[in-house]
Design a protein. Structure first.
Lengths: 105, 615, 496
C-alpha cells in the first residue's frame, strides 16, 4: 500500500503549482485555473486522510463528503469567476490582473 | 413648626426677589410693595425676637446629604446675630421706603432694582444668622452678587457697568483667600460650625498654620470690607443708586467683614487669634483708615467723600478687631450703620433735588433750599466726626480707648484720622450748604418728599441717641456689652483736640467768603492735592499693571503659547504621526492582485509555522 | 423599559432620515418622550420600585441599568439637554433641519446608552456612535475653518478612543469580565496585576483626552465654537461627561484599591488639572469672541471635576463628598454650558456676530436674553443657589477632609516639602486646590467681562438692530435649563 506521505507530498506539489500559477501569471483565467489546482490538492489530501484514518479497509466517509462539498463549491466558484472574467473582458478588453488597480487609483 | 420661624428671615426676601423678578417684571409698583412688605415683616420679626419671643432652636436644613460629612445649613440665634439683624433689617426697611421716593420717575426697570434689594436682604441675613462658615460663605458670595446687580443697575452707563464688574472681581480676589481660610479652618477645627469650634483646635495655639488660616479668613474681610489693598472697588461702587450705597456700601454689607471676624473671635476664642494675625489685621485697618481719610479730603463728589469716609471708618473697626476689642468694633459698626446710612440717604435726597448733580462745587446754599434734609445731614456729620453727645462719639471713644491700652502708635494714628475726618466733613458741609447757589440746579433745589424725609428723621434720631447707654446696652450687637460713659480721660481730650484741629483748619481754608462762592477747590492745584485726587495712584497702578499688564498682555501671551506651542506640538504631532502610519500601511495596499496573494500566502505560511512551533 | 430611551431617538432619526418627517417636530416628540421616560424611571427607582421592569424587555434582561454610580444624574442631564437643544434648534434650511435633528437624536441616544450600559463593550460602543454625528455636523455646518477643525477633533478623539480601547481591553483581561458589577467583585477579590500601571495610564490618557485634559485640549474650544448650536450643546454639555463618568466608574470598580490602581498617575493628573484651570483660564480671558470664550471656559471647568475625581481616587473611593461633588458639578456644568451655548446661538441669530468688539448694550434690546445669560454665567462661575456652586464647594471641602494639619509633606522634591511644611503640612491635593482656587477669580474675570461687553454699555449698531424677541420655544428651552440649575442649586438633596 502506498504510504500516506506520498499522497501528501503529491498534494503539496500540486498546491505549490497552483499557488505559483495564481501568483505569477497575469492572465486572470490562468489565475483561476491555479486556484482550481489548489482546491484539487486539498481534495487529494482529504481523500488520502480519509483512507489513512480508516479502520479495516473502511475509509472515514466524513472526509470524502467534505471533498464532495469542496468540488461543488469549486464548481460554483468557477461559474462565478468565469462570469466575472467575461464581465471584466467586456468592460476593459483585457483580463490582465495587473490592470486591476482602480481601487487604488 | 414654630421653631422654624427664623427661616422666614431668609425665605421672605428670597421669595420676594423671585416674585419681583419673574412675575412682577412689568409691574414695578407692586414689585416695590412686595419688597417693602418683606423688609418690614423681617424687621417686625426681628423686633419680636429682641422683645423676648422664644421659639426654640430652628431645625437645620440638610442641604446636600453626603455620607460622612455634615453639609447642613442652620441658623444661629444669639444676641450678636439678632442685634446685628436689627441693624440690617432696620436700615434695610428704611432704605426700601426711601427708594420709593428716590427711584420715582426713573426710567430703568424698578422691579429689577427691588429684586436686587431683596436678594441683598436675603444674603445679608445669611451672613448674619449663619451657624457655620458654609452659610456665611453662601451669603458672602450672594451679597457680592447683589451688590454687583445694584451697582450696575444703570448698566447702560459705562462707568456703572465697569464699577459693578470691578466690585465683583475685587471681591472674588478676597473670596479666594476666604475660601482657603474656610478650608484650613475645617482642617484645624474639624468642623465649620461656629458652635463646635471652641476648644477643638487640633494644633497648639500660636502655630503658624493657625496664623495662615486666620489671615486667609481676614483676606475675605479685606475684600468685602474694602480694606487696603482691595479698597479700590468701594469708591467706584458709588455709581449705583444712592439708597443702595447707603444700605450696602455704607451700613451693612461692607461691615460684614468686621462682623465675620468678631463672630470668629467669639466662637474660636480670643486665644486662637495669634499675635501675628492680630498685628496684620490691626495694621491693615489703620493703614486703610489713614489713606482713605487722606483721599477723602480732596474729593469733589459728595458720594465719594462719604465712600472714602466709610473706608476710613471700616479701617477703624478693623483696627479694633485686630486689637482684640470686638465690643468696640461692633459698637462702632452699629453707630456707624445708622449715621452713615443717614448721611448717604440725605446725600441721595440732595442729589435727586439737584437733578442728579453730585459735585459739591456745583451746589452751595442748600441750607436755605432744603433745610430739613440739611439738618439731618448735619446730625449725621456730627455723629461721624464724633461731636460729644452724638452716637459716633461714644463708639469712636471706645476704639481709641482700646488703642490707648494696647498700642500707642495705633492710638496716635486713630487721633490723626479723627482730625482728618472732621476736616473733610466740615469742608463738605461748608461748600455744599453755605454760601450761595453756584449753579442753576442748586438754585432750583427744593425740600425732599415725605417718603424720603421720614426715613431721614428716624435715622437722624438714631444717629443722635444710639450711642447712649440706655439704647446701646439693648441694641449693640455684642453679648454682654456695656458702654463706658464718657469719662474725662486722655481719649476724650485727644478726640476733642482732633475735632478742633480738623474743624478749625477746614474753616480756615474753606470758610472764607471768597471760597464759598468759587467754583473749584482753592487748594486743588497743589501737588499734594493732585496726588490725593488721583487716589494716590493706586487705581492707576491696578489699571495699568494688573488689568493691562496681566489681564491683557499676559493672557494674550499664554493664549499665543497655547495656540503656537501646545496645539502645534500635540495637534500637528498627532497629525504627522497618523499620516506617517497611513503612508506606511498604504504601501501594502498597492492595488496589485499579485501582491495581495503573496502577502496572504506568506501570512498563512507564518501562521502555520507558528502553529507548528507552539503546539 | 430603559431600552426605549435609546430606541426612541433612533427610531425618530430613522423616521426623519428615510420617511422625511419634519425634522424638528419629530425630534421634539422623541425628546419629550425620552424626557418623560427618563424622569419617570429615575423617580420610580428612587421611590423604591423594583429595577426589574426597568432593565427587562419582557422576560429578557437587557444590558442596561440605572444602578451604577452617577447613571441617574447623567441620564437626567442627557434628557434635559436634549430637550433644550431640540427646543432651541433653528436650522438654516430644511435639509439642515433634518440632519441637525438626526445628529442631536443620535448623540442623545449614544450618550444615554453609554451612561446606562452595564458592560464595557456597550459603554464604549455607544460613545463612539455618538461621536460620529459630531464630526459630520462640524464638517458640514460648522463656522470658520470647519474642515480643519473637524479633522483635528477626529484625530484627537479617534486616537483617544484607540488608547482608551486598549486600556479597556487590558482591564477586561485583568478582571476577566465585561460586566461592571462583576468587575467590582473581581477587583475586590483579586490582587492588582503587574500591568495595572499601564492600564491606568492608558485609561487616564484616553478618558482624559475625551474630556480635554491639559495638554490634550486643543481640539475642544475650536470645535465647540464652530459646531452648530445644538451639537455644541450636546457635546459640551452631555457627551464630554463620558470621560469623567468613565474615570469615576473605574475608581468605583476598584473601590478601596483605586488609589493603588492609579498609583502615581494621580499626581500627574493633579498637575495637569492645574493646567486646565490656570493655563486654559488665562487663554479664556484672552479670547475676543464669545463662542471661543465659552469653549475654553468649558475646558477650564473640567479641571475642578478632575480634582474631585483625584480626591475620590486618592481616598480609596471612600470620600463620598468628592464623588458626589464631582457628579453634581458634571451635571451642573452640562446644564450651564448648554444654556450658554444656546444663548450665544440666540445672540448670533440676532446680531450676526459674536465678536465682543462689535457687541454692546444688548441688554436694552434683549432684557430677557440678558437675564438668562446672566443667570447661566453666574451659575458657571459658581454663584451660590445655583447648581455649580454645590459641586465646586463640595469638591473644595472634600480636598481638606482627609487633611491632617501639621504632618510632614510626602513629596519627592525637597523644595515642595519645605513649602508644604511652611504652609502647615499641606499635602499634594491641598496645594493643588490652593492654586486651583485662583480659577474662581479667573472665571469671574472672563464671564463678567463678557456680560459687560455684550449686554452693558452703549448700544452698538449691530445690537441696535437686534430687536427680534425670543420666541416661546426659545424661552421654554432656556427656562428649562435655568430652572434645573436653580432647583439643583437650592435643593441638591433630591439627587443624592
Amino acid at each position: 500500500m502506498t504510504p500516506l506521505s506520498h499522497y501528501l507530498i503529491f498534494s503539496a506539489l500540486l498546491f505549490s503549482i497552483g499557488l505559483g500559477g495564481a501568483i505569477m501569471r497575469r492572465n486572470v483565467l490562468v489565475v483561476l485555473m491555479g486556484l482550481e489546482l489548489m482546491l484539487t490538492a486539498a481534495n487529494v489530501s482529504l481523500v488520502a486522510f480519509s483512507r489513512a484514518q480508516g479502520l479495516e479497509g473502511v475509509p472515514v466517509y466524513d472526509a470524502q463528503v467534505l471533498a464532495l462539498f469542496v468540488m461543488a463549491i469549486a464548481a460554483a466558484e468557477v461559474a462565478v469567476g468565469l462570469a466575472l472574467i467575461v464581465a471584466m473582458f467586456r468592460a476593459r478588453r483585457g483580463v490582465e490582473s495587473t490592470s486591476l488597480t482602480s481601487l487604488k487609483d | 413648626m414654630m421653631q422654624n420661624l427664623p427661616w422666614l428671615f431668609l425665605v421672605l426676601p428670597l421669595v420676594a426677589a423671585a416674585a419681583d423678578w419673574l412675575v412682577l417684571a412689568r409691574r414695578p409698583r407692586v414689585a416695590a410693595c412686595v419688597s417693602i412688605i418683606s423688609a418690614l415683616a423681617t424687621m417686625a420679626l426681628c423686633v419680636a425676637y429682641l422683645c423676648g419671643l422664644q421659639t426654640g432652636a430652628p431645625d437645620s436644613y440638610v442641604w446636600f446629604p453626603v455620607q460622612g460629612f455634615d453639609l447642613s445649613l442652620g441658623l444661629l440665634m444669639d444676641a450678636l446675630s439678632m442685634k446685628m439683624m436689627l441693624v440690617v433689617t432696620g436700615i434695610g426697611a428704611l432704605v426700601h421706603i426711601f427708594s420709593l421716593g428716590y427711584m420715582k420717575g426713573d426710567p430703568s426697570n424698578q422691579s429689577r432694582y427691588f429684586a436686587g434689594l431683596s436678594i441683598f436682604m436675603f444674603s445679608m441675613s445669611c451672613i448674619v444668622l449663619a451657624n457655620s462658615l458654609i452659610l456665611t460663605f453662601i451669603g458672602w458670595e450672594m451679597v457680592g452678587f447683589s451688590s454687583y446687580l445694584l451697582i450696575g443697575h444703570w448698566y447702560h452707563k459705562d462707568s456703572a457697568a465697569n464699577a459693578a464688574k470691578k466690585a465683583f472681581i475685587t471681591n472674588r480676589v478676597g473670596d479666594f483667600g476666604f475660601l482657603i481660610g474656610i478650608l484650613l479652618t475645617l482642617g484645624l477645627f474639624d468642623s465649620l460650625h461656629y458652635a463646635d469650634m471652641a476648644g477643638h483646635m487640633k494644633v497648639e495655639a500660636g502655630s503658624p498654620v493657625l496664623t495662615a488660616a486666620l489671615l486667609c479668613l481676614f483676606c475675605g474681610a479685606v475684600g468685602k470690607s474694602a480694606q487696603f489693598p482691595l479698597h479700590v472697588w468701594l469708591p467706584d461702587a458709588m455709581e449705583g443708586p444712592t439708597p443702595v450705597s447707603a444700605l450696602i456700601h455704607a451700613a451693612t454689607m461692607v461691615a460684614a467683614g468686621v462682623y465675620m471676624l468678631v463672630r470668629l473671635q467669639v466662637s474660636m476664642g480670643l486665644d486662637a487669634f495669634t499675635e501675628t494675625a492680630c498685628c496684620v489685621i490691626a495694621g491693615i485697618g489703620a493703614i486703610t483708615a489713614l489713606l482713605s481719610a487722606l483721599m477723602a479730603t480732596q474729593q469733589d463728589d459728595i458720594k465719594r467723600v462719604l465712600a472714602y469716609s466709610t473706608l476710613s471708618q471700616l479701617g477703624y473697626m478693623m483696627m479694633a478687631v485686630g486689637l482684640l476689642a470686638g465690643e468696640a468694633a461692633m459698637f462702632h459698626l452699629y453707630t456707624h450703620a445708622w449715621f452713615k446710612a443717614l448721611l448717604f440717604l440725605a446725600a441721595g435726597a440732595i442729589i435727586v433735588r439737584c437733578h442728579h448733580e453730585q459735585d459739591i462745587w456745583k451746589m452751595g446754599g442748600l441750607r436755605r433750599k432744603m433745610p430739613l434734609t440739611v439738618l439731618c445731614f448735619l446730625a449725621g456729620t456730627c455723629a461721624l466726626i464724633a461731636v460729644p453727645g452724638f452716637s459716633g462719639f461714644f463708639s469712636k471713644e471706645s476704639i481709641l480707648e482700646a488703642a490707648w491700652e494696647r498700642s500707642m502708635p495705633l492710638f496716635v494714628l486713630g487721633v490723626v484720622v479723627a482730625a482728618l475726618t472732621t476736616f473733610y466733613m466740615v469742608r463738605l458741609c461748608l461748600i455744599a450748604f453755605c454760601g450761595d447757589a453756584r449753579t442753576h440746579e442748586a438754585e432750583q433745589a427744593q425740600e425732599a418728599s415725605p417718603t424720603m424725609l421720614v426715613p431721614l428723621f428716624i435715622l437722624a434720631v438714631l444717629a443722635i441717641i444710639s450711642g447712649y447707654g440706655f439704647v446701646a446696652d439693648q441694641l449693640v450687637p455684642y453679648a454682654g456689652f456695656h458702654t463706658s460713659n464718657a469719662e474725662w480721660g486722655v481719649t476724650f481730650f485727644a478726640g476733642l483736640g482732633a475735632l478742633i484741629v480738623g474743624g478749625g483748619s477746614a474753616w480756615l481754608i474753606y470758610g472764607k467768603s471768597k471760597t464759598l462762592s468759587s467754583k473749584s477747590d482753592p487748594v486743588g492745584a497743589n501737588c499734594v492735592s493732585q496726588v490725593l485726587r488721583r487716589r494716590l495712584y493706586i487705581d492707576a497702578f491696578y489699571d495699568h499693571v494688573l488689568v493691562d499688564g496681566v489681564q491683557r498682555w499676559f493672557t494674550f501671551l499664554i493664549s499665543c503659547l497655547d495656540d503656537g506651542v501646545i496645539r502645534r506640538l500635540i495637534g500637528q504631532g498627532l497629525a504627522l504621526l497618523t499620516a506617517w502610519v497611513g503612508r506606511l500601511l498604504g504601501r501594502l495596499q498597492g492595488g496589485s492582485l499579485r501582491n495581495y496573494t503573496v502577502v496572504t500566502s506568506l501570512g498563512v505560511l507564518i501562521l502555520m509555522l507558528l502553529l507548528i512551533i507552539f503546539f | 423599559m430603559l431600552i426605549w430611551l435609546i430606541l426612541i431617538p433612533v427610531i425618530a432619526s430613522v423616521l426623519i432620515g428615510f420617511l422625511h418627517t419634519p425634522g424638528r417636530a419629530t425630534a421634539l416628540v422623541s425628546s419629550l418622550l425620552t424626557f418623560g421616560l427618563g424622569i419617570g424611571s429615575i423617580v420610580a427607582l428612587s421611590m423604591g420600585a423594583g429595577s426589574d421592569w426597568l432593565t427587562h424587555i419582557g422576560d429578557l434582561p437587557t444590558t442596561l441599568t440605572l444602578s451604577l454610580p452617577l447613571s441617574k444624574p447623567m441620564l437626567l442631564l442627557t434628557v434635559l439637554v436634549t430637550l433644550a437643544a431640540v427646543l432651541g434648534m433653528r436650522a438654516p434650511d430644511a435639509a439642515a433641519d433634518r440632519s441637525w435633528s438626526i445628529s442631536t437624536l443620535l448623540i442623545s441616544a449614544g450618550a444615554t446608552g453609554a451612561f446606562i450600559s452595564d458592560n464595557l463593550v456597550a459603554f464604549f460602543a455607544f460613545h463612539e456612535l455618538a461621536l460620529i454625528p459630531t464630526f459630520v455636523m462640524i464638517g458640514l455646518y460648522g463656522r470658520g475653518e470647519r474642515r480643519t477643525i473637524a479633522w483635528r477633533m477626529t484625530l484627537y478623539l479617534g486616537l483617544a478612543s484607540m488608547v482608551l480601547l486598549a486600556g479597556l481591553v487590558l482591564l477586561y483581561m485583568q478582571l476577566g469580565t465585561t460586566k461592571f458589577m462583576e468587575m467590582m467583585v473581581m477587583a475586590a477579590m483579586g490582587r492588582l496585576p503587574a500591568s495595572a500601571c499601564l492600564t491606568a495610564g492608558l485609561l487616564l490618557l484616553g478618558f482624559g483626552t475625551l474630556v480635554s485634559l491639559f495638554p490634550f485640549h486643543s481640539w475642544a474650544a475650536p470645535a465647540y465654537a464652530s459646531a452648530p448650536t445644538p451639537i455644541a450643546m450636546m457635546h459640551a454639555g452631555v457627551l464630554k461627561k463620558f470621560g469623567l463618568y468613565g474615570l469615576i466608574l473605574v475608581a468605583y470598580i476598584f473601590g478601596s484599591g483605586s488609589a493603588q490602581f492609579f498609583g502615581d498617575w494621580i499626581n500627574l493628573l493633579l498637575i495637569l488639572l492645574l493646567g486646565n484651570v490656570l493655563w486654559v483660564g488665562c487663554v479664556t480671558i484672552a479670547q475676543s469672541r464669545l463662542d471661543s470664550m465659552l469653549g475654553n471656559s468649558s475646558v477650564m471647568h473640567m479641571g475642578y471635576i478632575f480634582l474631585g475625581i483625584a480626591v475620590f481616587v486618592l481616598s480609596g473611593s471612600s470620600n463620598a463628598l468628592a464623588y458626589q461633588g464631582a457628579g453634581m458639578l458634571m451635571l451642573a456644568h452640562g446644564l450651564s454650558i448648554a444654556l450658554l451655548f444656546l444663548l450665544s446661538g440666540q445672540i448670533e441669530r440676532r446680531t450676526g456676530t459674536l465678536e465682543f468688539s462689535a457687541l454692546g448694550g444688548l441688554g436694552r434690546r434683549q432684557p430677557l436674553l440678558g437675564f438668562f445669560f446672566g443667570l447661566a454665567g453666574m451659575a458657571s462661575i459658581g454663584l451660590p443657589l445655583l447648581a455649580n456652586f454645590v459641586g465646586e464647594f463640595s469638591i473644595f471641602v472634600s480636598c481638606f477632609m482627609d487633611w491632617k494639619p501639621g504632618t510632614v509633606g510626602s513629596f519627592c522634591y525637597d523644595w515642595l516639602n519645605n513649602l508644604s511644611n511652611m504652609l502647615g503640612g499641606l499635602g499634594p491635593v491641598q496645594l493643588t486646590l490652593v492654586f486651583a482656587l485662583w480659577g474662581l477669580v479667573i472665571s469671574a474675570i472672563y464671564m463678567l467681562r463678557a456680560i459687560r461687553r455684550i449686554f452693558a454699555g452703549d448700544l452698538t449698531p449691530v445690537c441696535e438692530r437686534a430687536t427680534l424677541p425670543l420666541s416661546g420655544a426659545d424661552i421654554c428651552s432656556a427656562a428649562l435649563l435655568s430652572a434645573a440649575l436653580v432647583l439643583f442649586g437650592i435643593v441638591p438633596g433630591i439627587l443624592a
